[in-house]
Design a protein around this ligand. Structure first.
Ligand code: NIG
Length: 382
């Protein structure tokens, strides 16, 4: 058994209901797990010690929505959008072509590069999706490559009906042979329920087939306009409905009365010129909110959870505490995980140390790289 005490914590955000936020704190890590948390003055002895010099410590970010198994680049599409062209689901097909053309090694290397980029900024849990393959073989290899690199993998064969395919035939494939082939590699299934992708009935068919195969459910919903995504996610008990940029009052009420997490993706809302999701309304109504990067080459090409937190505070009406909780504990809830997203006793020792005295600096100093050190399961990554 190995142990280490982290001392000199100026401000410790635990997200633990009993411990809350502590000043002048210490934390003991044993075999990659938090074994003790409390005032620095009463910290027990351990094999090793690290003094973080009065800096703020928070749980590692839990990025519960990314699309990192891809190849290629969509700078031209982004430039067209900046010049006024709207974002549509159709851009996905560009990444599908590039992804199919890439080798396994290229896809794995690109995924590792983005996971490392995120880790260097404090992200210690990553969910990622298939969805740029859209053939049985390409979806299976995306899932296999993802499962080797990240904690949580989602099957998103229902991202788009591939150009040239017939919608009914593709739906049969996604809910039959493709699902059977991908399921052993993934924990979750997702559907892009939106105009230009899959409608309500098609989405329900996809989600029911995945649930019958034992997968947990996630939904891309209400990204480009109001629609059935949120309603469907709640109806089917999905762990999360992601985007939520366009919500009716009924959607907000449905989320508030459910265990489905509203996962908000502010970097995507900004990049695609959608309204920022109504985070304040959701929290006030009692819904559980997560913040995630949605890192992908089309709609949101950033791995910065700090950017999402700063945006949530500066433009979406959340307090720093709420935004940090949404990007850590909220993400964990969206993934139905209780071992990450907090620093209570028994949590995985995922620590994000800021070169700042408090988490408030994430919004007070937006855009400034504040990550000073990162531990994942007690192992120092930077
Ligand atoms: O979450 N909305 C669907 N899927 C991704 C976008 C993928 C893309 O444009 O390549 C998203 O925004």
């Amino acid at each position: 058994m190995s142990s280490a005490v982290v001392t000199g914590i100026g401000e410790l955000t635990t997200n633990d209901p009993e411990l809350g936020r502590l000043a002048d704190a210490a934390l003991v890590v044993e075999d990659g797990v938090v074994a003790w948390v409390g005032p620095a003055s009463s910290a027990p002895a351990a094999d090793g010690a690290v003094d973080v010099g009065g800096r703020a410590v928070l749980p590692g970010w839990v990025d519960s929505h990314t699309h990192l198994v891809f190849a290629g680049d969509r700078t031209a599409e982004f430039e067209a959008r900046v010049a006024g062209r709207p974002y549509t689901a159709g851009g996905i097909a560009v990444t599908v072509s590039a992804t199919r053309a890439a080798s396994d090694e290229e896809l794995a290397a690109n995924l590792r590069r983005h996971v490392a980029e995120a880790a260097a900024q404090g992200t210690t849990t990553v969910e990622t999706k298939t969805g740029y393959g859209l053939t049985v073989a390409d979806e299976v290899r995306s899932a296999r490559i993802a499962a080797a690199e990240v904690d949580e993998v989602t099957f998103l064969g229902a991202h788009l009906v591939p150009p040239g395919a017939d919608a009914a035939g593709y739906l049969d494939l996604v809910t039959g042979e493709m699902l059977d082939a991908v399921a052993p590699h993934v924990r979750w299934a997702d559907v892009f329920c939106e105009v230009g992708a899959f409608d309500e009935d098609q989405s329900r068919t996809v989600l029911r087939a995945a649930a019958a195969r034992g997968l947990g459910l996630r939904v891309h919903g209400n990204q480009l306009g109001e629609g059935p995504g949120v309603r469907l996610a709640v109806e089917l008990g999905a762990a999360s409905v992601d985007h939520c940029a366009h919500l009716s009052a009924a959607d907000v009420d449905a989320l508030a009365g459910s265990s489905t997490v509203a996962t908000l993706l502010p970097a995507c809302d900004l990049s695609t010129r959608q309204p920022l999701a109504p985070a304040r309304r959701l929290l006030d109504a009692g819904a559980t909110v997560a913040l995630a990067s949605n890192c992908n080459p089309g709609s949101s090409y950033t791995s910065s959870m700090a950017f999402c937190v700063a945006t949530a505070v500066l433009q979406m009406g959340l307090t720093v505490r709420e935004a940090v909780a949404a990007a850590t504990l909220g993400g964990a809830r969206a993934l139905r995980r209780d071992d990450v997203g907090h620093l209570g006793v028994g949590a995985r020792a995922d620590l994000h140390v800021l070169d700042a005295p408090s988490a408030t600096h994430l919004a007070y100093r937006p855009g400034v790289p504040l990550t000073w050190a990162v531990w994942r399961a007690g192992v120092r990554l930077r």
